[in-house]
Structure formats: C-alpha cells, structure tokens
Design a protein around this ligand. Structure first.
Ligand code: UDP
Length: 242
C-alpha cells in the first residue's frame, strides 16, 4: 500500500499527497464525481482505478512523443507518482467539435465540426465558475507570462494531435478536452489528468459519449463507458470488484 498521510490538496477527481521528496507528489484518483461546479455529486464505482490506468497509458504515450509532463510512474491501482509542480491557474480547453459550453456560447448544435481547432483559456477559479479569459487578461492579472501561455498552447495542440490519433485508432473521436500545466524547475509541464473526466470521447460509429457527460446528463452506463475506454486503449479488463 502507498503511504498517503500528507494531504496537500483535494480536487474534484483526485487527492494529492506529499512524499519525502519535495520534488514529487502522489496523486490518488477518486471514484467521487462532481459536475456543474460541484452542484451535482455522485460516485462512479471503479473510476479512480480506471482513470489511474488511462492516465498512465496516455502520459506514457505523451512522454514517448516528447510532450513534457508530470507523470513518473504508477504506484498501485489508484495512485501514481508525479513531479510536484506549481499549477498555473489557467485552464486550456482545446476543441475539435462543438459541444458543452461552446454550443451554448456560439449557438451551434452539438457535434458541429469546427473549421479549425479552437483553443480557449479559462481562469482556474471555481468561485467564479472558471471564466473564459484571453491572453491580455492573463498578462494583465500577472498570473502567467505570454511565453508561458504560448508554450501551454503549443503543448496543448501537440496533445490534441497525439491523443486524437491514438483515439481514432480505437474508434473514439476526441471532441474536446481541458488541460492544466505546472511550473517545474523553470519548465512548463503538462500536469493534472487526461481521462474521461476531462475529455469528451465519442464512439466514432454511434457518437455516444464515453465520458463524464454520461454522468452529467444521466445517460446511464457510466462505469461501462469508462471501462470501455480503458479496454479499447490497453486491452485491460478491470472487473467490477477490483
Ligand atoms: N472540462 C473539465 N472540467 C471542467 C470543465 C470542463 O474537465 O471543470 C472539460 C470537459 O469535460 C470538456 C472540455 O473541458 O471535455 C470543455 O468543456 P466545456 O467548456 O464545454 O464545459 P462543460 O460543458 O464541460 O461544463
């Protein structure tokens, strides 16, 4: 068992613990699920273990493809060792197809293919509902430099290409996703997670969501959808009881 005694912070889908090494931390993925900024809560049984395995797979792929990220190694079913970064309080959203808040904002139906990839920045501030901001807001607030944001955007587009291709190979369409980045020894690293909690994955044939939208919109078969993504990615079949 991994020693989880020094809690640093608790997020929606994860808890972060300190280790004896100040440069490292342990992320523990949770089954608890939150939507609509915490207004809707629930549990997706097995989600923590599934997301831990999906993140191990995706971060390992991104490392192989040269995208610097915080992942070091998986420790057990639920926990992974990561580099302890200082999170940049700006979330990057990348969109290939219209869904969610973009559909509402621009009045296009869900599923509309965008002529080019859309990149958005949001403040990481749940009390303000993570508002959409632009580069001049970010530099005016002095929360990140223009160079840091440029690097985050460049890495986000590479993640879109790499994860998009990987998903296409398993008949899943990458609709959109959000990323968080951290500062670590003078560099910007991809941090947080890349999982069905943070990405919209649609089955390429049926266009059924295989992600957190099944929970948000009460579509049922939530656990099954997470298991399906893991199974298609890795061949891993986690049993209900694990
Ligand atoms: N997203 C996320 N956490 C959030 C908000 C959004 O991981 O707190 C992800 C979401 O799952 C989707 C992408 O970011 O893959 C774009 O989300 P959107 O802005 O459409 O917001 P949503 O409709 O998810 O609230």
């Amino acid at each position: 068992m991994t020693n989880l005694t020094m809690l640093i912070t608790e997020g929606k889908g994860k808890r972060l613990y300190a280790t004896d090494n100040p440069d490292e931390a342990i992320v523990s993925y949770r089954d608890e699920t939150f939507a609509y900024h915490g207004l809707k809560r629930g549990r997706i049984i097995g989600k923590g273990e599934i997301n831990n395995l999906i993140c191990e797979y995706i971060f390992t792929l991104l490392t192989q493809k040269g995208v610097p990220n915080h992942f070091i190694r998986r420790l057990d079913n639920r926990c992974s060792l990561v580099k302890r970064v200082e999170i940049v309080p700006v979330v990057v959203k990348v969109r290939n197809i219209v869904a969610g808040s973009l559909a509402k904002r621009i009045g296009y139906p869900d599923g509309t293919r965008l002529k080019n990839t859309v990149v958005e920045y949001c403040l990481k501030d749940s009390e303000l509902d993570d508002p959409l901001v632009n580069l001049t807001h970010i530099t005016a607030m002095d929360i990140a430099t223009a160079e840091e944001i440029q690097r985050m955007e460049e890495l986000s587009l590479r993640v879109n290409d790499i994860v998009g291709e990987c998903m296409r190979e398993i008949s899943i369409e990458l609709i959109d996703f959000k990323l968080e980045f951290g500062r670590y020894k003078g560099a910007i690293l991809l941090a947080d997670e890349v999982s069905p909690d943070t990405c919209r994955f649609w089955d390429a044939r049926t266009h059924e969501p295989l992600d957190i939208d099944r929970f948000r919109h009460d579509l049922g078969d939530v656990e099954e959808a997470y298991r399906e993504v893991l199974h298609r990615l890795t061949g891993n079949v986690l049993k209900q009881s694990e």
